[in-house]
Structure formats: structure tokens, C-alpha cells
Design a protein around this ligand. Structure first.
Ligand SMILES: Cc1ncc(COP(=O)(O)O)c(C=O)c1O
Length: 286
């Protein structure tokens, strides 16, 4: 297996995408005009392919059938008042801003206590807070898999996992058919032929969502956990579960599907977002 190949660079200028060149302005009047023109062309191209996105505002009186605020907690007077109490009592001993990266001056006993309490709630040994669920997935998959490791991912996995894999040191990312344990097994068996994988020297990650938002279907998590244990008996198979859509909804007190199935000790890591069922924003990897 080889690492992700970087194209050989002969120039510090990136290549121009085919089709864009023809639309580039011929005059070199000013760089501002040139940038405006190329951005305008981009927008035009997006409009032509129906992929132009714009910001919208819903009328205040509309009913919410589409946001991620599944439980309407973001507008709950009870949650608002609990939040205000927390801010003005327990939290008032702490700074309002982070004052820097957590690796420098931005860490706090408050953040550490929060991480510990969320991890304990999900019956996990530890947890790490992130600014969003997207950042959590991107950060995890960028940093945890190491060179030589392999990531298998459900073909419907969220864009944030793709972003993490794009930045990852892992050698290979392999999709498997949505929710298909048989296809996952066939694909893992292909890499088990590699001695490093077979002997447990190279790690194998399996990325799934506990509940997929498009069709509302659950992943066959028990079967996946059992498959990974059976085909990778040396402990180098790691199941990573994105609980974005099940947090707050499934499991005891909304702990998610891993807790609902009692698989806390059998999955490697879970993502819980705060920006959906919990009505806030941020995320944690317990
Ligand atoms: C499956 C899944 N994972 C992760 C995320 C990212 O979560 P957040 O909105 O907290 O950035 C989303 C958000 O759409 C999601 O649907």
C-alpha cells in the first residue's frame, strides 16, 4: 500500500481548472478586477449547475421542520434560564473568553471538568471538547490514524469525516456500501492479507454514523463491532461512531445508540455534537 501521492510541482502557481481558463478576463487591468471577475465566473458556474448557495432567513412565525434543533431546546425557556444561572453562578469565577489556544493560555479547570463530566455521562474514560462536531470529526481523522493505517468508511459518511481523511496521515481510505456488513467484511479481508494488518501492527479504523440523517436508518452497530473483533483479533480494529443525530434522542437520557446497546467499551471513540438535539453548538469526542 502506498501513501496519498502529492502531484509533482513544477511551478508555484496552481494549475487552472479546465473551463475556467476560457472565462478568465483577458485584460490584466488590476488584481482586484481580476479577482472579482474570477469569483463572478465561479458564482455563474455554480448557478448553472444549481449549486449556488445563499443565506436565507426564516420568518419568525414559521414552524421548524428542517433545522438540526430536533428537540427545540435552542428556544427552551428552561434551558435558557439554566444557562444564565450557570453563567452567573458556577461559571462566574472563570473568564468569558478562552484567552488563547488550550495548549497555551486558553485551558481552564472549567473546560477540563466539563470534559470529564461529559465523558462520565457517556461512560467513556476521557473526552475532548471541540468548537463544533465538524471540527471534532475533521480533527480526529486528521490526527489519530497514523501512516500505514487504513480507514474504512460508510459511503454515506458525513463530509467532516471526509475532511479529516483528506488531512489524514493514514495511507488508505476505503468506502464500503451503506450499512452493508458483508461488503465491509469483504473489504477488511482484502487488507488482512497484509502482514502488518494481520499481526496488529497497522491499525484499521471503521467510521460509521449511528443514525444516518438522509434516510433515518440506523447502522448495524452490533454486527459491525462483532465483525471487527472477529476479523482483527489482535485489537487493531477500531470502530468510530458519529452520534450526531442520535445524541439527545436515543439511549438512556439521550446518551446515544452506543450506550443504548451497551457497546461503550467496544467502540474506540464517539462523536457527540451539541449543535443538533442539544440545541447549542460545539462537540466532544468521548
Ligand atoms: C453526521 C454528522 N456529523 C457531524 C456533523 C457536524 O456537526 P456540527 O453541526 O456540530 O458541526 C454533522 C452536521 O451536519 C452531521 O450531520
Amino acid at each position: 500500500m502506498t501513501g496519498f501521492q502529492q502531484p509533482e510541482q513544477t511551478s508555484i502557481l496552481p494549475a487552472i481548472e479546465p473551463g475556467i481558463e476560457a472565462k478568465m478576463p483577458s485584460s490584466t487591468s488590476s488584481s482586484k478586477t481580476s479577482l472579482q471577475d474570477s469569483l463572478q465566473n465561479r458564482l455563474l458556474k455554480r448557478a448553472q449547475t444549481s449549486s449556488l448557495r445563499t443565506l436565507t432567513l426564516s420568518p419568525a412565525s414559521s414552524a421548524d421542520f428542517s433545522s438540526n434543533d430536533f428537540l427545540s431546546l435552542s428556544t427552551s425557556p428552561l434551558l435558557r434560564s439554566a444557562f444564565m444561572t450557570e453563567l452567573t453562578t458556577t461559571h462566574c469565577a472563570h473568564a468569558i473568553g478562552s484567552r488563547g489556544s488550550r495548549l497555551l493560555d486558553g485551558n481552564s479547570s472549567y473546560a477540563e471538568a466539563l470534559e470529564r463530566s461529559i465523558a462520565a455521562f457517556h461512560k467513556a474514560p476521557a473526552g475532548l471538547l471541540f468548537n463544533s462536531g465538524f471540527d471534532a470529526n475533521a480533527g480526529f481523522f486528521a490526527c489519530v490514524p497514523q501512516p500505514g493505517d487504513v480507514i474504512f468508511y460508510d459511503e454515506f459518511i458525513h463530509a467532516s469525516v471526509h475532511e479529516g481523511m483528506r488531512l489524514s496521515r493514514a495511507s488508505t481510505g476505503v468506502p464500503f456500501r451503506h450499512n452493508c456488513v458483508g461488503d465491509l467484511e469483504r473489504r477488511i479481508e482484502e487488507v488482512v492479507r497484509d502482514e502488518g494488518v494481520r499481526l496488529g501492527k497497522r491499525n484499521v479504523f471503521v467510521a460509521v454514523e449511528s443514525l444516518y440523517s438522509m434516510d433515518g436508518d440506523l447502522t448495524p452497530l452490533k454486527e459491525i463491532v462483532e465483525l471487527v473483533k472477529r476479523v482483527l483479533p489482535n485489537g487493531n480494529g477500531h470502530v468510530v461512531v458519529d452520534e450526531a443525530h442520535s445524541t439527545g434522542i436515543y439511549g438512556p437520557n439521550g446518551r446515544g445508540i452506543v450506550c443504548m446497546l451497551g457497546l461503550e467499551k467496544r467502540v474506540f471513540a464517539r462523536l457527540h455534537t451539541f449543535g443538533k438535539g442539544l440545541g447549542c453548538n460545539g462537540g466532544e469526542f468521548p
